[in-house]
Design a protein around this ligand. Structure first.
Ligand code: ZN
Length: 199
């Protein structure tokens, strides 16, 4: 039998399921929450609930947003001729932080992965094509992660978009193979966007 009171054990268990949180960090976080004020705990709980209840997927780019279309898609200052295709919503903030990209995005919500039974139709790939049909988009940057699955997904999309007269580019090398855009540093990612190559 565990000597930890059940509500604390439950919170430790929940925290330890988060990425990058080991059992020790989970325990530290749980006890931190326990000694926080009621107001702080309510705010935390409220923000967690709000996250799921008040967010929508943008019907154009499929980013998570608080309105549809999202603030990027509806911003008249953004360059509508370039669309950057990323694997997941959390890849967008690092791209934005570089200040090197002012176009639009398209979030795939995954990569093609035959091993896991994920095919192109399980992703938002088909939804990209209507966005390219009116001729306004001139370039699609395939910014999937530098992994086997990410590159295979980029190749697949390239085959679809080039016959439509849209130039396909990819991020320059410099991002370590097997890495994740989400954790790339701003300078490396900024350079990778600026020196992107045709592909
Ligand atoms: Zn959007």
């Amino acid at each position: 039998m565990s000597t930890t009171a059940e509500p604390i054990a439950r919170l430790i268990e929940a925290f330890s399921r988060l990425p990058g949180i080991g059992p020790k960090s989970a325990q530290r976080l749980a006890y931190y929450v326990l000694q926080s004020s009621d107001v702080e705990v309510e705010e935390l709980a409220e923000s967690l609930l709000c996250l799921k209840n008040s967010l929508v997927l943008c019907s154009r780019c499929f980013n998570v947003a608080d309105k549809d279309p999202c603030s990027i898609c509806s911003d008249p200052q953004r360059d509508k001729t370039v669309v950057c295709v990323v694997e997941k919503p959390s890849d967008i903030p690092p791209m934005e932080r570089t200040s090197q990209f002012n176009g639009l995005y398209h979030v795939l919500h995954g990569v093609v992965s035959p091993n896991k039974g994920i095919g192109p139709d399980d992703l938002k790939i088909r939804e990209l094509l209507p966005r390219l049909r009116d001729g306004e988009v001139k370039e699609v940057i395939l910014a999937t992660n530098p992994t086997v699955e990410g590159e295979a997904t980029a190749m697949y999309i390239r085959q679809l978009v080039t016959p439509m007269g849209v130039k396909a580019t990819k991020l320059a090398r410099g991002l370590p193979y097997g890495s994740d855009l989400e954790y790339a540093d701003d300078i490396t990612l900024g350079q990778a966007i600026n020196s992107r190559q045709g592909f």
